[in-house]
Design a protein around this ligand. Structure first.
Ligand code: AMP
Length: 616
């Protein structure tokens, strides 16, 4: 039987490579685009979402059209971000692994230019690049594009959004006039149309789905809450979806960092991705997310562009994007490669108009959803537990030796009683936490805000230590020792007064003797590290020094904590139940979203603006 890719005109070596990647059948965009592009004689415009298989749609034809005996750049692929650049280069290397002398170079900012120049000097046929670094290399006269026959502009709308128009113009002016240009874009705003008009001659146009529409496999929902309840709403959505694997979008880098910090403090398995992080930090965060050792990625639009992680179940718009077109990109992070997904917007009542505008663009209606009540969450979590208990794999050999003792312990209980007690073990905790949780939904007829709950943050301390949160961690290349030195030097306290140091990714927790906390806060002012303001705060989590071992690891939440622990079907920390939304963390966030934001007004830079002129 002929392989479906062979039928489209792809040669055996490349077909074998994609087969090895598990591609059995072409995706719709591949099916339509490959035969057209293989002709190599036309400009091309493909309107396609991310996650549809467009890299292979242009990558496979390129491999057929390039002469690999010649060690000169023959194809240039421009894309908006470093992450996407690496992904495309990696994909094409995989597709071409059976082709002798095929060389692909990835050219992007934030990494050594020397190595990239060396690879170019050694001879490459395919250059995958972000515009800024590409232009640097062209300015150094380190590349010759006179043999380029094909230029691919991938995610063209994003490149324009990021302000790369001029860079693209300059780069294209160094390529031959008779090259063919293939443009891919998720949306077709007038600026992209203009590129197509200015740089292309009668391009073949293919539209996957309707113009500007989003992926049909995505359900769109919105929740209306008060601005100050957004964070509590976010947590409730996460709690109601214990298996969530999601991307949460914020507007500014600062909001991204704040939301991630609060989630981490509340025990969720989350981390931030934004442009203030170094490339190395971003890589580390992405690696954790890709490996699913993290459950929630909190990101800005710019940082999340081109993220190719399959199986994302939810995209949550903690803030709606300023540019409505960006919604398509955000929601496209879920429902990739034929899967389904949900895109959620948490909005206030003034933003309903924006939802209607988005509906017009994506050509799909949103469902107005109601936030689950505390009891709904309890029920969901309870039955999640019951299913896990039902399905847990029993290690017969190991458990057998304890069975007779376990049976003895339960001898006075009936089966029903045992089941009830097992279920209650978790259920009581959920109930304790959620039974007084307020209704966060705003009713249409509701004019006046209800009295807010007490917004003060409380914390416990234990064994004479206070647990402090600090927004630096292992991604800043801190070791525990470095962090100890950093805290003590800046806070002017002795290292002997430090308890446990819990080094996380972008954050850490440090325990300090209660008597030293005031001194630390008095001295720890205007501290920065690598240009980032370093903040230290009392953590919402209790300090656990003096014999409490690992109990704190259970302090977060239900589903999220399980994921963090990996296999943990059960947690031991009874204190954890009441601390996620109600008085403590919800209050903390109100503080954050109200007072702190006012202090910061104007400080939360839009990431796009900042990156606009930055060379990639
Ligand atoms: P892309 O839109 O190129 O980023 O591709 C999205 C995801 O789909 C990637 O993980 C690809 O590896 C995968 N993919 C692309 N084409 C196919 C195919 N024909 N069959 C199965 N998976 C594919």
């Amino acid at each position: 039987m002929t392989n479906p890719f062979s039928k489209l005109g792809i040669s055996d070596d490349v077909v074998n490579a994609v087969k090895a990647l598990g591609f059995e059948n072409p995706t719709p965009i591949q099916e339509q685009a490959i035969p057209v592009l293989l002709e190599g004689s036309n400009d091309f415009v493909g309107l396609a979402q991310t996650g549809t298989g467009k890299t292979a749609a242009f990558g496979l034809p390129l491999l057929e059209l390039i002469n690999f005996k010649v060690n000169k750049p023959q194809a240039l692929i421009l894309c908006p971000t470093r992450e996407l650049c690496l992904q495309i280069a990696n994909d094409i290397r995989n597709f071409s692994k059976n082709l002798a002398n095929a060389h692909v170079v990835a050219v992007y900012g934030g990494a050594s230019i020397v190595q990239q120049l060396r690879e170019i000097r050694n001879g490459v046929q395919i250059v995958v690049a972000t515009p800024g670094r590409m232009l640097d290399i062209i300015d150094r006269k380190a590349i010759d594009f006179s043999n380029v026959n094909y230029v691919v502009l991938d995610e063209a709308d994003e490149m324009l959004n990021m302000g790369f128009q001029e860079d693209i113009n300059s780069i294209l002016s160094t390529t031959p006039d008779d090259k063919k240009t293939w443009l891919f874009s998720a949306t077709m705003p007038p600026e992209v149309r203009r590129i197509a008009k200015n740089y292309m001659e009668n391009p073949t146009e293919l539209t996957m789905g309707t113009k500007n529409t989003g992926n049909a496999n995505i359900e769109h929902e919105y929740y209306v809450v008060r601005a100050r309840d957004k964070y509590a709403a976010l947590k409730r959505i996460v709690d109601y979806n214990p298996d969530i694997f999601g991307v949460v979008f914020c507007k500014t880098k600062m909001d991204t960092q704040d939301v991630a910090e609060h989630l981490i403090k509340d025990g969720y398995n989350a981390d931030a991705l934004h442009g203030d992080l170094s490339q190395q930090q971003r890589d580390k965060v992405m690696k954790r997310f890709r490996e699913r050792s993290m459950q929630l990625l909190i990101a800005t639009d710019v940082a999340a562009r081109g993220i190719d992680v399959n199986d994302v179940t939810h995209v949550i718009n903690f803030a709606l994007p300023d540019e409505i077109e960006s919604y398509t990109h955000r929601s496209g992070r879920t429902a990739r490669a034929g899967k389904t997904g949900t895109s959620i917007c948490i909005i206030n009542s003034k933003e309903i108009g924006k939802i209607r505008q988005i509906e017009k663009i994506i050509g799909k209606k949103f469902t107005k959803a109601e936030l689950p009540t505390g009891f709904d969450v309890c029920e969901k979590q309870l039955f999640g537990l019951i299913h896990r208990v039902h399905n847990v794999e029993v290690n017969e050999e190991q458990i057998d030796k304890y069975m007779s003792r376990i049976n003895d312990e339960f001898a006075d209980l009936t089966k029903e009683e045992v089941i009830k007690k097992f279920a209650s073990l978790e259920f009581n905790r959920f109930l304790e936490y959620y039974q007084n949780a307020p209704d966060l939904n705003i009713r249409e007829d509701e004019k006046f805000e209800r009295n807010s709950r007490n917004g003060s943050r409380t914390f416990e301390n234990n064994g004479g230590y206070t647990r402090l949160f600090i927004n630096v961690g292992s991604v800043d290349d801190f070791t525990r020792g470095d962090l100890l030195g950093f805290v003590c030097n800046n806070g002017k306290i002795s290292g002997k007064t430090i308890g446990k140091i819990d080094l996380k990714g972008v954050f850490s927790f440090v325990e300090v003797e209660n008597s030293q906390v005031d001194t630390l806060f008095t001295n720890f002012k205007d501290v920065s590290y690598n240009g980032r303001e370093v903040r230290i705060e009392v953590s919402g989590e209790p300090s656990t020094s003096r014999g409490s071992g690992d109990r704190r690891r259970g302090s977060g939440g239900f589903g999220s904590e399980r994921r963090r622990e990996g296999s943990g079907e059960r947690r031991t920390d009874r204190r954890s139940s009441g601390r996620r939304e109600g008085g403590n963390s919800g209050g903390g966030f109100r503080d954050f979203s109200g007072r702190k934001r006012e202090e910061r007004s104007g400080g939360g830079r839009r990431e796009g603006g900042n990156d606009r002129k930055r060379r990639s």
